[in-house]
Design a protein around this ligand. Structure first.
Ligand SMILES: [Zn+2]
Length: 396
């Protein structure tokens, strides 16, 4: 009986010693004796290693809390362990362990379906007409959202987003016709506009008048006369003050929309086509415009009439270098336009002799299929299911 008990106790003691035996490992090149099944945390402590912990970082990589990442990193037999590998490691003896500084820990996250806002695809100014080639439309996507930071990253697009696309072209008639567009800025003007219209009538041609909002309000008869003559009324904005690209977005938008309202109120019809004063309009101006216009029109041939160079110089400025699709800049307001009045019939005769037909800006836009039909109508507005972006696509 005693012998059995002694034997049992001896056996139990043997099992205990076996289960708690020590093994040899190598830690960062030094030998260390540790209890079998030691964890890596035990080993780091036993080896008295100083490691710098990683940080808690957001899903976009920003540091949220310093030192809240993994306390150390570990490689066993040259193989780096991930977090699970570090947790599940138990020493069995003869492992070659390398301990290093801790890795960053990425915050937990969840998935959410959200709207994807369109962006604006910028244009390069290669032509006289910049326009909305495609309106922006919101899409939908599954986002990964950081639980701590709230940052979001698009994981998958479930409904495609459609960016706003602005393009710039010099319109080219696709039917091969030879056309040119006369444009007059800064009116309507009580001294000149009707005289211009009489000349246009005499030659049976049409032009485009980029009118200032207050001048349109003051001269509704002239606005109607332009329409009746068959010419086009578009906007040259309200105050013709500082260049549009220098204005605060809110001021910019009222420069555009107030003038449209004045023109329509004066009987000029709905238009969303502008000529920006000084030809100044860029990508940021488009973005800031918030969809208040559909096309911005500058010119290819500058009469330089405002320098009062004499009628002959105005004629040659408008006709030398003329080509089909070109847009000619003149003025019917903003100063003494006697030289323009003298030059205008000569310009028309010169170009008619060369075989040109005169078209309005809307007609010119309609001749080039790169310009969408709604824009070529001259009064396109953003469709209801579309949104104007607040951000530009970053250049690569
Ligand atoms: Zn002007």
């Amino acid at each position: 009986m005693v012998a059995v008990l002694v034997l049992a106790a001896f056996f139990a003691g043997g099992v205990y010693l076996w289960l708690n035996r020590t093994v040899n490992v190598s830690v960062n090149g030094s030998h260390l004796e540790v209890k079998i099944d030691s964890t890596l945390a035990d080993i780091v402590e036993a080896a008295d290693l100083e490691t710098t912990p990683g940080d808690l970082v957001s899903i976009t990589g920003d540091v949220l809390e310093e030192g809240k990442g993994a306390p150390f990193s570990a490689a066993v037999g040259g193989e780096e362990l991930d977090a699970d590998g570090i947790d599940s490691f138990r020493a069995k003896g003869n492992e070659n362990i390398t301990i290093g500084d801790g890795a960053d820990l990425t915050e937990s996250s969840h998935e959410e379906e959200r709207e994807i806002k369109p962006k604006m695809e910028p244009y390069e100014r290669v032509g006289a007409i910049t326009f909305v080639a495609q309106w922006g439309k919101a899409g939908k996507g599954v986002y990964t959202v950081g639980d701590v930071s709230g940052d979001s990253v698009l994981k998958e697009e479930t409904e495609p987003v459609q960016n706003l696309v602005i393009e710039s072209v010099n319109p080219q008639p696709e039917d091969g016709s030879k056309v040119i567009a006369l444009t007059f800025d800064d009116g309507p003007n009580a001294n000149y506009t009707q005289k211009y219209l009489d000349i246009l009538d005499k030659y049976g041609i049409k032009a485009t008048f980029f009118c200032l909002g207050p001048a349109a309000e003051a001269n509704p008869d002239l606005i109607k006369a332009i329409k009746d003559q068959g010419s086009q009324v578009a906007s040259h904005t309200k105050t013709h003050g500082d260049p549009l690209s220098t204005l605060e977005p809110e001021t910019l938008r009222s420069e555009i929309t107030d003038a449209f309202a004045s023109i329509e109120g004066a009987g000029g019809g709905a238009t969303t086509v502008i000529r920006p004063p000084y030809g100044d309009f860029n990508n940021q101006t488009w973005l800031d415009s918030n969809g208040t216009l559909s096309a911005s029109v500058i010119w290819n041939l500058d009469s330089e009439d405002w320098t009062l160079p004499g009628a002959d110089a105005i004629v040659s400025n408008c006709t030398n270098g003329a080509y089909s699709g070109a847009i000619i800049l003149m003025h019917d307001g903003g100063g003494n336009r006697d030289q323009d009045l003298e030059a205008l019939p000569k310009i028309i005769e010169n170009l008619q002799d060369k075989g040109y037909e005169f078209v309005t800006i809307n007609e010119l836009m309609a001749m080039d299929s790169r310009i969408p039909e709604d824009v070529a109508s001259g009064n396109a507005t953003m469709p209801e299911d579309c949104v104007w972006p607040t951000e530009m696509v970053e250049a690569e």
